[in-house]
Structures are given as structure tokens and as C-alpha cells.
Design a protein around this ligand. Structure first.
Ligand SMILES: [Zn+2]
Ligand SMILES: [Zn+2]
Length: 635
């Protein structure tokens, strides 16, 4: 049924006609502090020179442009103003974190991280930039964590020390997820966790925050109602609406009843935008579980279900079904096992004996085995990929096996999922995916579902969160269709400083931004990885490296011997003897000629000349632009 064709019901009462200052991102180049101080250089090469050197090279594959840090400081918050600063999660799906500030108090909602993609090779995670919070650490009264997914909790170990380890309020499941993850960082202070109920009022400074339960894919997800002098901020992150063919369940209707019942309009609503581009209502999780049940009943061999470890509710439902049909469940994959521990700890499984270890598999008839495994996104070393590649220690796929991919493809994982599927279809097992049956539902509401929530909560201002910019813009469009005035909606960027002012009558975005350069976890280092480092990684991946080592006698201005060449990832050296020979001769001639005119020998100048000349020469000979590093030593 089409729920979209309704008349707007959301009151929009802003009467003020004054223009709101629009934020225009400045186009300054990225921060140039620091640079690539490779240990190959006898003297640290300045970034300026590095950039010059690059100019002679073929342009590299572009890396994503990150917008600059603000140059002017952000003025302290004025009286009677509410600040909302999304620090992450509004230019991507991931690293969600938002600060809300009034007077002397700040509360922070979520602290997630983002998994990386091919644009950030070598980086482990990307974190929200907490610069603004670090500057205002003394004002932070509490953190609220909406639920236990990594895009909401993953950043916690990396940020809590920096922001003063404030009390952290969350519901039970999230609290255990956070504790469990934190155990991997024993050197850090323990998080100041306070477990709250689904509908509890918490005081933090002058803030009063009421939690309320919402539906997602993990138990104990919550929204927040933040009391302010000018009205409530209804803060919703990840959300879906349980429904049957587009009809919300009674539980959902009850969850949202309080907003209209209160008789007052909320000041501000925020909400998840991830699936706003998908039309209609999302498939109900109930239907998914019904379909899994049908498949489980019908298979005559092992049932191997690949799904996301984050789909805790589906995992729980599957375990219950297995118990119902007298089957045993084997869990494979670290993240899946980890979440299962939490589920057990919370006594969410009625009969824990239904779960067995993989070593017990041989004692059970095949048709009584259900496996829940990770790796449905084609992750290289996850259980499912090992099974597909026939390298799994305990599982050799056979004709009687059924593999159920109870997942969708996360954008960016297309190539790896394709590889996994191709491998699976080459095995003897029977494969069922979401294309064959309704075996996966998202945790993020589709367009009409989100629209339904908009209708349940009368509000004045709206800020879409949780998504890439185009998703946020689509969510804005939806809000306008539902009757919200365009000037009452702000589509933020990471670091946008949004202010509700004039006693809650107006909203604006300041033209300065909170620090928002990308912060990465790169091995042991956490910080702003420099653009030039990323560019080098891309260049190394695409063209390799070419190092020339030459020793020059500073008196005679002659090389001691022909230069040495070390190269990786460029061309196969054994088959390129002529190229190497030419390059050596060329470098020797160039250094000796130029050194002759120098007194004393200017090593930096020589290195620049060699780098330029060799880069050009190699490009002419091979159409490749490796990173050329000359090392010239004086003896
Ligand atoms: Zn989530
Ligand atoms: Zn999320």
C-alpha cells in the first residue's frame, strides 16, 4: 500500500522570514603541516619540494579530497543557543558521533568508527574528529550510546581518553558489547559505563535525557528525548519499523504514541537516512525468519547460514528455530562467536545446549546441523570464504549442504561478494540468496517507513543523519514532502556547527566548522594521516618504487662506482637489464656533470635533479611513474 500520499501533518510554525546564513565550504588546500619524512632521505625532504617533484610526474590517481580545517576559531556558545555538531556519520555511513551543547554542558551521542575502503589503503579504521570536544572537554557531562553496532561504539577506545572519559549511558546489550570490545585495550582506562533502561530519565549537567526503545537489528536500541528550554530534541539514529506489508505492528505504534500524546511539538528531530532511497517499506524481519524456518524444515543436509554478526536478533531467532526442529547450531567466525557470548551472558537463549562446538559435528547427523557463519561479504579469511575455497579445516562442502546467504551486499563489497558467490556456485552445495527468497531485511528503514516515523513525531526543525550526503538530501526531500519547511531543515557536513537560536525560533549553520579532517587508526598511530602519505600509498600500489643510491667523492666530484638501484612493484628487473643499465649511466653522468659546477656539492639540488630526470626517463621508457627516491652520499 502506498503510505506516501498523505497530506502533511507535521506543524511548521516558523514565521520568521529572515534569511538563514548558508554554510559554504571553503576550497582551501588541505593542511600541509608535516609531510612524508621517509627514512631514505639523508635530510628530511620538505613537503614543498615533494610537491614540486610530483609536478614533473604523471598525475596520480586522485585521492578523495578532504575539506579543510577551519582557520577561524569557533566562538563560545551564546546564551539561549543550542548547538548541534555532527562530528561524523553525515558524509558517510559509519563513524557516527554528535555533540549537543547548551550553556556549560555538552552531551555526546555515539562514538563509532568507519571501516575503510580502497581509497584509504593500509588504514585500519577512520574515526570521527573529536577536536571540538577536546577543546571543550571540561563541559562534557555524558555520552549516550544508542546501540551496540561498531559504527556507533567502535571509536570509543580511541576517543574516551581524549574527551575525559565521561559517564557513558547505554542499555544493557550495548554496555556488554562496549565492555567486551574494550577488553582488547587493557592499557586504556575503563569506560565509565552506566546501564540504563529503555525508558529512563538521566540527568547530565543541566540536560535531562529520556531514552525510549526503537527497533533495529540488535537488542536494546534506543532513541533519546533531550529536554531543552525551548523544546525536546528527539534524537534517533539507526531505526526501522517492524511491519507487516507496510502496516506497523502494535508495538511500534505504542513506542511512538508518546510524541503526539504529549501534545507538544518537538523542537528538533534527527534520524537515520541510510535506506531512504529504497522505496516503500522494508521487508519485515518476521518474514525473513519465517523463510529461514521454511528452509530449515525442508533441507535434507547441513544448513549453512552466512549473515552479518551484527544481525543479533536474526541469529537469536535462528538458534530458537534450530531448537524447535531438534537441530544443533555451530557458530563459526570471531565476531559471531563474540556476539554469541554476549547473548549467552544475557540468558537470551532458552536452551544453550543447542549450541555445540565444531569438533562435535561428526557425531551429529548432517540434517541436524545448522551453521551460522561470518563472511557473507566475501571477506578473505572468514569462514564462508574458506569453505568456498575448500580450505576450511572442518567443513568440506557437499551436495547435501545448503548455503543460505542471509545478507545483502554492502556498497563497496561488490567485487568480494561476486568472488565468493562464484566460488560457492562451483561447489556441490545448493545456494540460496536474497535473489531466490526473502532471506534478508535491512536494519535501516526504507523511505515510507522513515516517513511514518516523521508522522508520529510532530517537530519543528529536522536534521537528517547517518548517511552519505546524497542520502541526507533525499531525506530532506522526504521531510519537505511531509510538510516540513525547507528553511527548517539542515543537511549537515561533518563538523557543521548548527545553532538553534532566538529562543528556539530559528536555526542556522555557522560559517566556521569544527575540526573535521579525517582521523585514522593506522597501525599504532591515531591521528590525521597526511594527504601526501595516502597519495604515496596509491602511487606505490599503482607504479611501485625506484631507489637510486650513489656515493660521490666530494673532492673529485666523481661517483665511487655505478649507482645501485633497488626497485619494488615497478618492472621485473631481471627482464629490464637495459633499462637499469641506461638509468645508471644517465644518473652517473648527470650527477658528475652537475657536481662539477657546484662548490660545495649541493646534495638537495642534486637529488631533485636526479629525481626529475629519472622520473621522466622511466616514464618515457615504460609509461609508468614509480616513486623515485635518490639517495646521494658524500664520501
Ligand atoms: Zn546499527
Ligand atoms: Zn549505524
Amino acid at each position: 500500500m502506498n503510505k506516501m500520499n498523505h497530506t502533511p501533518k507535521v506543524p511548521t510554525t516558523q514565521s520568521d522570514g529572515s534569511p538563514i546564513k548558508k554554510y559554504v565550504p571553503s576550497k582551501k588546500p588541505f593542511n600541509r603541516n608535516g609531510g612524508n619524512k621517509g627514512k631514505f632521505f639523508s635530510k628530511p625532504q620538505t613537503e614543498e619540494r615533494e610537491m614540486q617533484r610530483r609536478k614533473v610526474m604523471k598525475p596520480h590517481r586522485p585521492t578523495p579530497i578532504r575539506r579543510p580545517a577551519p582557520n577561524s576559531p569557533i566562538a563560545p556558545i551564546a546564551e539561549g543557543v543550542i548547538r548541534i555538531i555532527p562530528l561524523g556519520g553525515v558524509e558517510e555511513v559509519g563513524k557516527n558521533m554528535t555533540a549537543i551543547e547548551i550553556g556549560d554542558d555538552i552531551i555526546v551521542v555515539d562514538a563509532g568508527f568507519q571501516f575503510v575502503d580502497e581509497t584509504t589503503p593500509g588504514v585500519d579504521y577512520i574515526l570521527p574528529n573529536t577536536g571540538y570536544l577536546e577543546q571543550n572537554k571540561h563541559k562534557i557531562r555524558a555520552m549516550f550510546i544508542t546501540h551496540g553496532h561498531l559504527d556507533h561504539i567502535g571509536g570509543i577506545p580511541f576517543v574516551i581518553e581524549k574527551i575525559g572519559n565521561p559517564p557513558m549511558y547505554t542499555r544493557e546489550f550495548g554496555a556488554i558489547m562496549i565492555k567486551k570490545r574494550h577488553a582488547e585495550f587493557p592499557h586504556l582506562p575503563k569506560p565509565n559505563l552506566v546501564t540504563i533502561e529503555g525508558d529512563q530519565i538521566t540527568t547530565a549537567g543541566n540536560f535531562k535525557v529520556k531514552s525510549f526503545p526503537i527497533s533495529h537489528t540488535i537488542p536494546d536500541s534506543m532513541g533519546l528525548i533531550i529536554d531543552t528550554p525551548f523544546g525536546d530534541i528527539v534524537f534517533i539514529e539507526d531505526v526501522r519499523v517492524d511491519n507487516k506489508d507496510g502496516q506497523p505492528t502494535d508495538e511500534e505504534i505504542n513506542q511512538y504514541k508518546q510524541f503526539k500524546a504529549s501534545g507538544k511539538e518537538a523542537l528538533l528531530l534527527t534520524m537515520d537516512s541510510t535506506s531512504v532511497e529504497k522505496p516503500g517499506w522494508s521487508l519485515s524481519e518476521t518474514v525473513v525468519v519465517e523463510n529461514i524456518e521454511k528452509i530449515m524444515r525442508e533441507v535434507d543436509g547441513r544448513l549453512i547460514i552466512g549473515t552479518f554478526a551484527s544481525q543479533v536478533e536474526r541469529i537469536l531467532a535462528t538458534i530458537e528455530l534450530a531448537a524447535k526442529y531438534g537441530k544443533k547450531v555451530i557458530i563459526e567466525g570471531r565476531s559471531m562467536k563474540s556476539n554469541l557470548d554476549i547473548v549467552k551472558q544475557l540468558n537470551l537463549i532458552k536452551d544453550p545446549s543447542v549450541i555445540i562446538g565444531i569438533n562435535e559435528m561428526d557425531n551429529i547427523p548432517m540434517d541436524r546441523i545448522v551453521m551460522l557463519v561470518t563472511g557473507a561479504q566475501g571477506e578473505e579469511f572468514a569462514a564462508l570464504m574458506r569453505m568456498a575455497s575448500n580450505t576450511h579445516k572442518n567443513v568440506k562442502l557437499r551436495q547435501t549442504d545448503t548455503i543460505l546467504l542471509s545478507s545483502s551486499i554492502i556498497p563497496g563489497n561488490h567485487a568480494s561478494v561476486t568472488k565468493l558467490k562464484d566460488k560457492l556456485y562451483r561447489t556441490d552445495a545448493k545456494i540460496i540468496t536474497y535473489l531466490d527468497a526473502d532471506v534478508h531485511a535491512s536494519g535501516h528503514g526504507n523511505r515510507e517507513e522513515l516517513g511514518w516515523i516523521h508522522e508520529q513525531i510532530p517537530y519543528k526543525f529536522f536534521i537528517p543523519l547517518h548517511g552519505n550526503h546524497h542520502m541526507l538530501q533525499q531525506h530532506k526531500k522526504l521531510a519537505i514532502e511531509l510538510g516540513t519547511k525547507e528553511e527548517n531543515i539542515i543537511v549537515p557536513d561533518n563538523g557543521s556547527v548548527i545553532e538553534i537560536f532566538d529562543e528556539g525560533k530559528k536555526i542556522r549553520t555557522l560559517d566556521v566548522r569544527a575540526p573535521h579532517e579525517v582521523v585514522t587508526v593506522d597501525g599504532f598511530s591515531v591521528g590525521n594521516i597526511q594527504e601526501v602519505v595516502m597519495r604515496d600509498r596509491h602511487a606505490l600500489a599503482a607504479n611501485g618504487i625506484f631507489v637510486i643510491v650513489a656515493s660521490i667523492n666530494v673532492k673529485t666530484k666523481k661517483l665511487k662506482k655505478s649507482p645501485d638501484i633497488i626497485s619494488r612493484g615497478f618492472v621485473y628487473l631481471r627482464e629490464s637489464q637495459n633499462l637499469l643499465h641506461d638509468t645508471r649511466r644517465r644518473v652517473q653522468r648527470l650527477i658528475e656533470q652537475k657536481a662539477e659546477t657546484m662548490s660545495p656539492v649541493d646534495f638537495d639540488k642534486l637529488k631533485d635533479l636526479v629525481a626529475q630526470d629519472v622520473t621522466k626517463h622511466l616514464f618515457q621508457q615504460t609509461a609508468k611513474s614509480p616513486i623515485v627516491i635518490p639517495v646521494i652520499l658524500g664520501v
